[in-house]
Design a protein around this ligand. Sequence first.
Ligand code: GSH
Length: 166
Amino acid sequence: MLTLYLAPGSSSMAPHIALREVDARFEIRALSFARRENRSPDYLAINPEGKVPTLLVEGRPLTEVAGILFYLAKRFPAARLLPEADVEAEAQVVAWMSFLAATVHPARRQGIEVARAVYRRVERRLDGRAWAVGGGMSIADIHLCQLFWKFRAKSGAAFSLERNPL
Ligand SMILES: N[C@@H](CCC(=O)N[C@@H](CS)C(=O)NCC(=O)O)C(=O)O
């Protein structure tokens, strides 16, 4: 059984999208940040960082958006959310997700100007391509989608920063 701990509108949206994409059977446990449910002793026992997402795989916690997306892509290969038989392209997907988790996700906390600059760097990396890596959607695109949606929702910005500079 797969169980996703999520908080509406947060990073947990990316694994939630992926679970739907791979057509997995899963349960949801929604946490309220306002009620600090992510800081409860019960949840901290599952994820000591007190953050979402966490995916329970047969009761075992798996954390971090990138780790969960990678797990789902590998476990459900029919969904083709990773490049097939191309280790370099697969590594490019991992590289994208590392960049998104380490640089893009925290950018908003550094102020709107830093965030705008970082999101423009993402647009330049994409260089007009429809997908982050290769000719189809991968877990990197799901991760990107969630971050751009969140940035847009928070800043009221248009989705494409190049066409609609903030
Ligand atoms: N590096 C983590 C970041 C997860 C994260 O920052 N989650 C936020 C929501 S977007 C959270 O749970 N915040 C609650 C808190 O820090 O109290 C990942 O990629 O999963």
